[in-house]
Ligand binder design. Structure first.
Ligand code: PLP
Length: 427
């Protein structure tokens, strides 16, 4: 029975988490679309590419575990403590200290079953109804922001987001910046959160922007959550020079997923002890212990620092090369229209803006689906920004992770449909 047909009465929590959310409908639609058309060009999801050399290294890691005494039996046969795989926690602390001199210990590290789970914990720890009845919110200083945050609050309306400033880099390239002038932060805000690199735009907040956000959060005594799922030191899908930062006021979230391991569901939080202890308690209640498997598989990669080399020498160049090629294909396919591409600085998405497009991005999504190309319409990426704003329905997100030939063909079709849509006004 599907959730839509349910006859049982659920709690408020149950209703919220089983309601037909926009994202659930979209994911359903994406899944069904492939069932109907096996040749669908999938530019919609967030799966990392299967990079052969990376996969070979991960396979070797697994083979070593299997060959090494009873390591495999231990990895799958024992619960870890609620904070996660002890040797991995120590190794990650040592690794980050050596790289960045942060002076953290294993007590500043906690694992979760993917960083998506980390955000569910953190947002609900910090925002919603407080013990005294006050309502607190997470400030997203730059919308568009990651679609995965949208429905993560147990309480309603836990986000408030700020529209960006636009920098125009050339006739078809732009970049968002945090609009600090309009960034209002008051007593109702309990944390600030940014993804860097940003999903969906591929934006990387500048070091100056991060410094200003650090200052703001310090001055208002609220934590700054940095979602580093694509960032340094791993998987390092970041094409500009940035300075990774951490202090006791920052909650830094890392993940093994975009390294090529979304299946092992391993998120890593670096934070002050009060936060890591709280997350460990939530782990204990919700899942007893986080998955050991990802940490166990990655342990030697971190210990030997191979994880840095892999990220720097294989993963980053792979996506950077793809981004450069695909940018050319976008220009080829869309020249003659007032299109803009957000400067691709990291992650593996293009955020394409079709200025004054006569149809909405949702309609464009439908038309592209009929042509066998799946993307994500842009209006889903605005958690906490309810106001009407034309820009919200003029953008799409597409990934450039499938085989080159498919990405190129997909972009070609996007170009044809966008040109057709622009031509509609001229008639
Ligand atoms: C910005 C961002 N944060 C967090 C996640 C969650 O990743 P995971 O739960 O696989 O660690 C994703 C996944 O796409 C993401 O794009």
């Amino acid at each position: 029975m599907s959730v839509k047909e349910k006859s049982m009465e659920f709690t408020k929590f149950g209703e919220k988490f089983t309601a037909a959310s926009g994202i659930m409908q979209l994911m359903d639609d994406l899944g069904n679309a492939i069932a109907v058309n096996k040749d669908m060009i999938m530019l919609g999801g967030g799966n990392p590419s299967h990079i052969p050399e990376v996969q070979r290294k991960l396979r070797r890691q697994m083979e070593e575990i299997l060959a090494n005494g009873n390591e495999f039996e231990h990895l799958i046969g024992d619960y870890d403590p609620p904070q996660g795989h002890p040797a991995f926690l120590e190794t990650i602390a040592d690794y980050l200290n050596q790289l960045y001199g942060w002076g953290i210990s294993e007590k500043n590290v906690v694992l979760t079953n993917g960083s998506q789970t980390a955000f569910f914990y953190l947002f609900n720890l910090l925002a919603g109804e407080m013990v005294d009845g006050e309502k607190k919110k997470i400030l997203l200083p730059l919308a568009p922001e990651y679609i995965g945050y949208v429905d993560a609050g147990i309480d309603e309306d836990i986000f408030i987001a700020n529209k960006p400033n636009f920098e125009f880099i050339d006739e078809h390239t732009f970049k968002y910046h945090v609009d600090f002038e309009s960034l209002a932060i008051d007593e109702s805000i309990s944390a600030i959160c940014v993804s860097r690199p940003t999903n969906p735009t591929g934006n990387v907040l500048t070091n100056e922007e991060i410094e200003k956000l650090r200052e703001l959060s310090r001055n208002h005594d609220v934590p700054l959550i940095i979602d580093n799922a694509y960032g340094a030191p791993f998987p390092n899908i970041i094409f500009s020079e940035i300075k990774p930062v951490w202090d006791e006021n920052i909650i830094l979230c890392l993940s093994l997923s975009k390294l090529g391991m979304p299946g092992v569901r391993t998120g890593i939080i670096i934070a002050r002890e009060e936060i890591t202890a709280a997350v460990a308690s939530m782990n204990a209640i919700i899942s007893l212990a986080p998955v050991s498997y990802g940490a166990g598989l990655a342990l030697d990669l971190v210990r030997s620092r191979e994880i840095t080399r892999m990220s720097h020498d294989l993963i980053k160049p792979y996506y950077q090369d793809r981004a450069e090629k695909a940018t050319e294909w976008v220009w080829e396919a869309l020249t003659g229209t007032p299109f803009y591409i957000h400067k691709p600085e990291g992650a593996f998405f293009f955020w394409l803006w079709f200025k004054d497009l006569p149809i909405t991005s949702a309609e464009l999504y439908e038309r592209l689906k009929r042509r066998g190309v799946l993307i994500v319409p842009g209006h889903y990426f605005y958690p906490g920004l309810d106001e009407e704003w034309g820009h919200k329905t003029e953008c799409i997100r597409m990934n450039y992770t499938p085989e080159e030939q498919k990405v190129r063909q997909g972009i070609q079709i996007i170009g044809e449909e966008v040109k057709r849509a622009y031509a509609e006004t001229r008639n």
